[in-house]
Design a protein around this ligand. Structure first.
Ligand SMILES: O=C(O)CCC(=O)C(=O)O
Ligand SMILES: [Fe+2]
Length: 487
């Protein structure tokens, strides 16, 4: 590497380090968006200068993030905060799960995060981040660039606290705001509203014969979010616990899981057997160690990069492919014939599963950035999803093989939501499970998810294998002690 290349490689890795955690990702987006907003303001007043004209051109080339991007970065950070139960002030201090990262958030950064939550009607996070903005503000007495006042924070806090169900606190905050700005019109209106509301609630209590305390319960229910789809409260809880590594199989169950070398009756594998580790017995889920070489992973990534598009999901009613908040990643497809390396990997997948690859989909390569995830789902099409895999005529997805092509610094596990089982990405390993019962019915117990990436980046590739062509096949070596190994 010459000096120039080294310099650029350093710069590139600096950038990766800078945005490899969600705080930096949010801060960088905020910085670019708000800086650009200032430039636009300037341009409105002074369009004439060449400098500003040039900036307009740069903007088009560099694709400055928009307000929606800033909202997206904020939502990603908040999703991570919920899933991994990150404490607000630790995040603001640049600490994630006890690991200290380089950046701290200013009161202004916290305020903006609160504002973005508010815009999304997410009052739970508005309260958390506005409180943080307030305490940071007190610690930054010399900050000249503050974009908000104490009164602004109080207004957001009061309204969101009311929305969260605590009228009394909302009134206290509104009174505090009115001490600062006695003529604040909206605050005066709200004050009257809150007072009326409190009187009304007292009246209701009396009517019910309840002479309880004046204390109103503060709602600490998480705000309903739509990005984990149809999950119920209990399911969401166990999903998030699995992602945090808090839910594990019992020690007795773990002791029953085995590791072994397998050849699956493939002559070639007698020379170099595969290293199999059981992750779950029924349904059968296994991990293969050293299932992909470094050179293969490097090539696959190189081929996929220029083709990456935001991943899509199939609309179960219309059959159309569309983007969805419950699946956030970039993906690309590689054909078996494109390169001998791909063909080799596909052959290995056949050896690992004992299944025919003729009916398998192309190799899908996926990259999850910070906050990237795939909420709990099934890989097979359910009965009601009549239009899934339409046109393929290959039957349902009988099995999944998922190659991990990177370690993940924090987060990013594949979790089986009803099985107390989490697979932690380890570069070069592959997971394999069957999605269907023997009779072709989908096995609901295979519901799984890709937990959001907290820090770092996650690379996987997968083969979805279909029913067609598997009629006479049996993964013999796996089948021995695999219970209801569904094929
Ligand atoms: O990335 C993962 O861990 C799981 C991905 C997955 O479930 C899928 O792509 O269907
Ligand atoms: Fe999946």
């Amino acid at each position: 590497m010459d000096e120039y290349q080294r310099e650029h490689a350093d710069a590139a890795s600096d950038i990766t380090a800078y945005v490899s955690n969600p705080i930096n990702a949010y801060l960088l987006t905020k910085r670019l968006t708000t800086d650009w907003r200032q430039v636009e303001n300037l341009m409105e007043h002074d369009v004439g200068t060449d400098f500003l004209q040039n900036l307009t051109q740069y903007r088009n080339v560099l694709k400055f993030p928009s307000d929606e991007d800033l909202n997206g970065a904020a939502v990603a950070l908040l999703r991570l905060q919920d899933t991994y139960q990150l404490d607000t002030s630790s995040v603001a201090r640049g600490k994630l799960n006890g690991i200290q990262y380089s950046t701290e958030m200013s009161s202004d950064d916290c305020f903006e995060l609160g504002r973005q939550s508010y815009v999304n009607n997410d009052y739970h996070h508005t309260v958390l981040w506005m409180n943080e903005a307030m305490s940071r503000m007190l610690e930054e007495p010399l900050n000249q660039t503050q974009t908000f006042t104490r009164a602004d924070v109080l207004e957001y806090l009061a309204f969101s606290t009311y929305k969260e169900g605590n009228v009394e606190s909302a009134l206290v905050m509104t009174n505090e705001l009115l001490q600062l700005l006695p003529n604040h019109e909206r605050a005066n209106g709200n004050k009257r509203f809150y007072e009326k509301e409190i009187a009304h609630q007292k009246e209701m209590k009396k009517m019910k014969g309840d002479d309880g305390t004046d204390e109103m319960p503060v709602s600490d229910l998480p705000v309903a979010r739509s990005d984990t789809g149809e999950l119920g409260v209990k399911e969401r809880k166990s999903y998030e616990m699995l992602c945090r590594g808090e839910l594990k199989p019992s020690p007795t169950y773990m002791r029953s899981l085995r590791c072994r070398y397998v050849t699956n009756n493939v002559p070639f594998l007698r020379l170099g057997p595969l290293k199999l580790e059981e992750a779950h017995k029924d349904p059968y889920i296994v991990i293969y160690h050293d299932a992909m070489y470094d050179s293969e992973m490097d090539l696959i990534k190189r081929m996929a990069r220029p083709r990456f598009r935001r991943a899509t999901v199939q609309n179960s009613v219309t059959g159309a492919l569309e983007t969805a908040n419950y699946r956030i990643s970039k993906s690309a497809w590689l054909k078996t014939e494109e390169d001998s390396v791909i063909a080799k990997v596909v052959q290995r997948t056949a050896d690992m599963t004992g299944l025919d690859m003729e009916s398998a989909e192309e190799l899908q390569v996926v990259n999850y950035g910070i906050g990237g995830h795939y909420a709990p789902h099934f890989d097979f099409a359910r009965r009601e999803e009549k239009r899934a895999f339409e046109g393929l005529n290959l039957g349902n997805r009988i099995a999944t093989v998922l190659f991990y092509m990177s370690d993940v610094e924090q987060g990013g596990a594949t979790v089986f939501t009803t099985l107390r089982t989490a697979l932690w990405p380890k570069r070069g390993t592959a997971a394999f499970w069957m999605n269907l019962h023997r009779d072709g019915e989908g096995d609901k117990r295979t519901q799984h998810a890709a937990c959001p990436v907290l820090t770092g980046t996650k690379w996987v590739s997968n083969k979805w294998i279909h029913e067609r062509g598997q009629e006479f096949r049996r993964p013999c070596a796996l089948n021995e002690d695999s219970g209801d190994f569904a094929i």
